[in-house]
Design a protein around this ligand. Sequence first.
Ligand SMILES: [Mn+2]
Length: 446
Amino acid sequence: MMKKALFLTVLACVLPALLAQVQAPDVYSASEFEKRRLALMEATGDGLIILFASPGNTGAGHFRQDNDFYYFTGCEDANAILVMVPATRDSYLFVPQKTDREKIMEGGNSLDDPGARERLRLRAIYPVSYFDEFLSRLSGRQDQVLYLRLSPEDSVGEARSETALFQARRHRNPYNAQLSLNQFRAERFRQLYPAAQLKDITPQIDALRMIKTPEEIAVLRRNGRISAEAVKKAMLASRPGAFEYELEAAAVEVLLKNGCRGPAYPPIIGSGPNSCILHYEKNNRAMQAGELVLMDFGGDLNYLTIDITRTWPVSGKFSQEQKKIYRAVLEVQKACIEAFKPGVTGREVQEYVARKMKEKGIDPLGLKGGLGHLVGMSVHDVQTADLVLREGMVMAIEPGLYYPEKNLGFRIEDTVLITREGCEVLTSDVPKEIEEIEALLARRKF
Ligand SMILES: [Mn+2]
């Protein structure tokens, strides 16, 4: 008896460590980042490419590196600068020299790590205070081209275009109208290096980021499974009287337990009237029987995001009217996914959807379908204006219908990977067929 108890105690101590090993998150190989840098240097051929790390942590969230900087380094040091030299194919990292006090408080960075240069496959790692001296060696040369990110940055939850939009809105109030960090850096280069020609590196970066590598695809598949499980747990946590935030708690728990840093954007959990607010995020209302709840949610795993939306009845059964609208949205969403394959444009997806709805005799209630948005390091990932699908792209397709006068909002969203032949739904583990949803909800006890 004693022996058995001891054995169980030992097992209880060892098991979490063993599971942690098994569940270790996917990480990228060192050569992944080197390959990306070489591809970017290949794209410019001349000049210097300069990218900046995030300056440091703000708020209560975990530190998350600047997307473009992380994409080419895999390095999570704050306040660093990356310089790529296409002529020699070399890369240099400039990192703040930390004081002893900083090292005690937050740990060191790549400058304190003797293996970092080799692991990150860099020519050298220097203190960031040496950066301007390094650049000064260029003076007097005729071919000074500096490739900088002259377009806005993106973040985990915001596209480049949204960063620009939100800044423009801030400028409505002249007392908030300061330059972004990104703009300030460009301005500083203009002042300190007036002879240099500044060029935007963003289009070349976006061309690479749009197509996911095999290592990224492995992370996205895993995130798709985790995020799907999270939404399922939230569905099971819903019941008449539940607060929207209770569903958020159930879903976020699944993310954190599986190695995600958190949600990729503020979770949208809108019940009743809130289902009609597209970017609702208060999540503080108690849901009632007879209402719908719309949940838009996805995790952030190893710098890659997922985007899922499901809509379901709080009571567990759709009404006849809800079913009719839900089915229209679902059929359009499924037809879009059927149409997704390399070479396809938004217009062609719309034509396919129209044909399909006619064949099936379904009134699409004004929905046309289309391409949706790209997903990656940002949930609204980098994207070109006239998008044509290509193998390795990851898209979220999210048709929705909203009737505020009836407090009914419907949206169904999946994240899909464009494959050679068509596409793979990364978030297929969450039910979306009416019968499947009702069967899952029937498992709830209240
Ligand atoms: Mn979306």
